[in-house]
Design a binder for this molecule. Structure first.
Ligand code: AP5
Ligand code: MG
Length: 209
């Protein structure tokens, strides 16, 4: 099964992706994670991506589409995969349609009033990418999944979060209509706990087996 996770910054795409990947054994492909890995390794893609990510803007479509095309062509994606944070523009969605067939688009719908706190309070594992929120960490500084050190993403500050939300509204939210028209959209309310969201998503995925 080929799945897309759609949702505003902070909606919980990464949080659900890690649960879905563990339970349904689907490779988790996050374009944001791929860019951050490239930034860490100071590759040419990383240097280019950094200039956009630090401002909360999108990396150009042609760069992002090429990365995804190469990634989903790999052996581990032959029985399915899950895209997190891609596509993010209509042009990316159209490019994806040319190279693969999508079975389901899970749209995590969250009130915008919750997103600033979620993102500014997020801590991420340096090793496995798992997301946490400081309110649930009880002072813990390491990942409960793999033991890695937790850090704060550079784009998780109020100013950059605001640009990311503006970019989402202008460029990414039209994808809801795009995938609704194709009959692929599954809406899940994301204002509740990660466990409650995952229970809804699992019900849907189990019904498609
Ligand atoms: P990316 O890394 O994809 O960031 P994003 O879309 O802004 O989304 P986030 O990762 O911030 O949020 P999330 O939905 O994964 O939330 P999470 O689960 O962590 O992209 C970063 C940048 O890379 C972009 O700005 C862009 O520049 C570039 N980029 C990436 N893809 C691109 C593309 N396709 N095209 C062009 N450029 C691209 O959760 C957030 C917080 O909330 C955590 O603290 C978590 O613990 C908490 N939380 C999660 N779920 C819940 C819940 N149900 N209840 C309470 N708290 C919750
Ligand atoms: Mg994420």
């Amino acid at each position: 099964m080929n799945i897309i996770l759609l949702g505003a910054p902070g909606a919980g795409k990464g949080t659900q992706a890690s649960r879905i990947s563990d339970t349904y054994k689907l490779p988790h492909i996050s374009t944001g994670d791929i860019f951050r890995e490239n930034i860490k390794n100071e590759t040419p893609i990383g240097l280019l991506a950094k200039s956009y990510i630090d401002k909360g803007q999108l990396v150009p479509d042609e760069v992002t589409c090429k990365i995804v095309e190469e990634r989903i062509a790999r052996e581990d994606c032959k029985n399915g995969y899950m895209l997190d944070g891609f596509p993010r523009t209509i042009a990316q969605a159209e490019a994806l349609d040319k190279i693969t067939k999508i079975d389901l688009v899970i749209n995590i719908d969250v009130d915008f009033s919750l997103l600033l706190d979620r993102l500014c309070g997020r801590r991420v594992c340096k090793d496995c990418g798992e997301s946490y929120h400081i309110s649930r960490l009880n002072g813990e500084t390491n990942c409960s999944r793999c033991g890695g050190e937790l850090y704060q993403r550079k784009d998780d500050n109020p100013e950059t979060v605001q640009s990311r939300l503006d970019v989402y509204n202008a460029q990414t939210s039209p994808l809801i209509e795009y995938y609704t028209a194709k009959g692929l959209l599954f809406n899940v309310g994301g204002n509740t706990t990660p466990e409650a969201v995952f229970a809804e998503v699992s019900k849907k995925l189990d019904s498609m087996k």
